[in-house]
Design a protein around this ligand. Structure first.
Ligand code: NAP
Length: 296
């Protein structure tokens, strides 16, 4: 029996663990993949107060070690369900706690094109900082118009010989600082008001078909495609026990309680206006302190 089970080892979940451990609680962190969540994909984090610049991977590593050293139990198992008795059931075991914090974050949205899944690792990637180095002096495309796409395009422009940035509108959703940085890169070509309609290649990516608003399709030969079109939550498995909205995010009136007593939420998994590292760690701290207060 644990005091708190935290589902998800991203910044929100790890911060919740940090606060709970410092309050002498027995904590289990369940994570399906590896620690760090999406921040590991950020080449540089430069908007975290008090830290001028750090790679997302380094940030996650320090946070994980900090929590591990404080004595958290980590199990890298996939949670499949929480039952009516609030047992947390993974693919391997069943766990119990006085409180549960859901910090499941979100995962990369797919373009949902026919060949996309087949070519993952064969030219299709969702992580420029993980795979960018394979494309030294090669031609790559980035799709998306948010901070991730802009950041990825800047990062890749320093590695690849050419970067196409493909976005479905004529303006970017991402911050001006990234847009300015990108404009300085001479090997970036913008393809705006356009969508990728086909990924070509069998054993590896060969080209993409891009359709503009006039309906014209051009084929662009590339070595790699970096898809950065946002994230989607993964809370379907919890809908038997808590309320989630039509987009899959966990509904919380006050940003910490779910619709089920004893189950709390933190980070990108919940309905919120700003999904950032700062707001994720803030959520984690609030979720843990609230859970501790209410379990007394
Ligand atoms: P995002 O802000 O949701 O942007 C997703 C982009 O993909 C949008 O430009 C969107 O187009 C486009 N898009 C969505 N679905 C598409 C589809 N099916 N086909 C083509 N384009 C599609 O996602 P994100 O860039 O991953 O950022 C997520 C969050 O993390 C944001 O809050 C962001 O600020 C934050 N973040 C912060 C940093 C940092 O501060 N260092 C770095 C990375 C991310 P529309 O604009 O037309 O909707």
């Amino acid at each position: 029996m644990y005091d708190i089970i935290i589902v998800g080892a991203g910044p929100a979940g790890l911060t919740a663990a940090l606060y709970a451990l410092r309050a002498n609680k027995k904590v289990l962190v369940l994570e399906a993949k590896t620690y760090g969540g999406q921040i590991v994909n950020a080449s540089k984090v430069e908007n975290y107060p008090g830290v001028k610049s750090i790679s997302g991977f380094d940030y996650a590593k320090v946070l994980y070690e900090q929590v591990k050293d404080l004595g958290a139990d980590f199990k890298f198992e996939t949670v499949v369900r929480i039952d009516e008795e609030k047992n947390v059931i993974t693919s391997k075991n069943t766990y119990q706690a006085k409180a549960i914090i859901l910090a499941t974050g979100a995962e990369n949205r797919k373009l949902r094109l026919e060949n996309e899944e087949n070519l993952i690792g064969k030219g299709v990637s969702y992580c420029a900082t993980c795979d960018g180095n394979f494309y030294k002096n090669k031609v790559v495309a980035v799709v998306g118009g948010g901070n991730t796409a802009l950041e990825d395009a800047v990062y890749l422009s320093n590695i690849a010989s050419k970067v196409y940035l493909i976005h479905r509108r004529d303006s970017f959703r991402g911050e001006e600082t990234y847009v300015d940085e990108l404009r300085k890169q001479e090997n970036v070509e913008y393809i705006l008001n356009a969508n990728i309609v086909k990924i070509n290649g069998e054993d590896k990516i060969e080209s993409i078909d891009v359709k503009n608003i006039d309906g014209n399709i051009q084929t662009i030969v590339i070595d790699g495609l970096f898809i950065a079109v946002g994230q989607e939550p993964k809370n379907e498995i919890f809908k038997n026990i808590i309320e989630i909205d039509k987009n899959g995010y966990i509904i919380s009136e006050d940003g910490v309680h779910t619709s089920q007593k004893g189950i709390y939420v933190a980070g990108d998994a919940r309905v919120k206006t700003l999904r950032q590292l700062t707001t994720a760690v803030s959520d984690g701290a609030i979720a843990a302190t609230t859970a501790i207060k209410e379990m007394r």
